[in-house]
Design a protein around this ligand. Structure first.
Ligand SMILES: *Cc1c(COP(=O)(O)O)cnc(C)c1O
Length: 337
């Protein structure tokens, strides 16, 4: 799979960090010890965190790459693979950062508009792919903001039939009613991204990981900045992995709340879309987010072709109650238009 790699990355060697044992360490200008050893640079290879994750996922550590949020990992794939002017394909609507990262990395972004927000028409998508000849396809699965999911069959079909790299961004996969599985041993052109920001509710520590074929991981690691994951984040990531039971409980609660919010929105006369993530996408009147903001309730509003569409995150029951109550009040004040 050297095939898709950027020409000048093919011969680039990654930055080597010296990890010898020491009695006295004066080789990195780190200053005098204080704050519990945090004067030292972090472990560049995130050894313990990677071992713990590898264990949980049934992978080798060489099949993983840790990122400062999965956002960093999206960008690392682009840095490793995208030559000037090459195409990145995704669907629309989706996570707006894909377009931004493509442009920042001198690529050209092409989006396939979803005709049905709930379902990707794979035939049409693959025709689009054949036409655009992308270097990278990136798909959010479940999709932000629609909350819809692409079936396993369709994902594998895309990965098999395209002639490029595929980034499967699974930021919300823990909330989906599907078996969590990656196919990165079977497919060398596939990388899967996950994050601690959503199901683990740790957006503040910036931690994500990539699963990929060993060879691909080695290539992408070449463009990573050394010490990208700070010591505090590595430690907190481990702590989160020690508390999986609590995480699972929170995920269950969010799934229950998601159905309750969905039903209430429907009862209020909105058109919510079924969701496999921790948010609900729905259509409302154009002033809704302003009416709510005046009540200090924030939901995400979209613009352009998606004017009048909203995304509400699922929070704690009492937060959802407050939001739903404010939405109901906004309707009583001005109606649906
Ligand atoms: C929230 C989100 C991410 C997560 O980004 P982090 O950098 O890991 O916080 C990635 N992709 C999508 C589609 C998201 O919605």
């Amino acid at each position: 799979m050297l095939k898709y790699l950027r020409e000048d990355i093919k011969t680039l060697k990654s930055y080597e960090v010296n990890q010898e044992e020491f009695r006295v360490k004066l080789d990195a200008n780190e200053g005098i010890e204080w704050m519990d050893g945090k004067n030292r640079y972090p472990d560049d290879s995130c050894t313990i965190l990677k071992e713990r994750l590898a264990n949980k996922l049934g992978k080798k550590t060489s099949e993983l790459l840790i990122g400062n949020g999965s956002s960093e990992l999206i960008e690392l794939v682009m840095k490793a693979y995208l030559e000037y002017g090459e195409i990145v394909v995704s669907i629309s609507p989706t996570f707006s950062m894909y377009k931004l990262y493509t442009i920042i990395n001198k690529g050209v972004y092409e989006e396939y508009p979803l005709k049905d927000m709930q379902k990707l028409d794979v035939e049409g998508f693959m025709e689009f792919v054949k036409l655009k000849k992308p270097k990278i396809i990136i798909l959010s699965n479940p999709n932000n903001p629609t909350g819809s999911i692409i079936s396993r069959e369709n994902i594998l079909r895309i990965v098999e039939d395209c002639d490029c790299m595929v980034i499967l961004d699974e930021a919300y996969i823990e909330f989906a009613d599907v078996e969590i599985q990656d196919y990165t041993r079977e497919y060398k052109n596939l990388v899967v991204l996950r994050t601690f920001s959503k199901a683990y509710a740790l957006a503040g520590i910036r931690l994500g990981y990539m699963i990929g074929n060993e060879e691909i991981i080695e290539y992408i690691n070449r463009v990573r900045s050394p010490y990208n994951i700070n010591t505090i984040t590595q430690n907190l990531g481990l702590e989160a992995l020690d508390n999986e039971v609590e995480i699972m409980k929170n995920i269950s609660l969010i799934k229950i709340e998601r159905e309750r919010v969905f039903k209430k929105l429907k009862d209020l006369g909105f058109k919510p879309f079924p969701s496999q993530a921790n948010f609900i996408f729905f259509k409302g009147k154009e002033t809704l987010s302003y009416d709510l903001a005046r009540k200090k309730i924030l939901i995400r509003a979209f613009s352009g072709e998606l004017k009048g569409y909203y995304r509400i995150s699922i929070g704690r029951p009492e937060e959802n109650d407050l939001a739903l109550k404010a939405i109901e009040e906004a309707l009583n004040e001005t109606g649906h238009n």
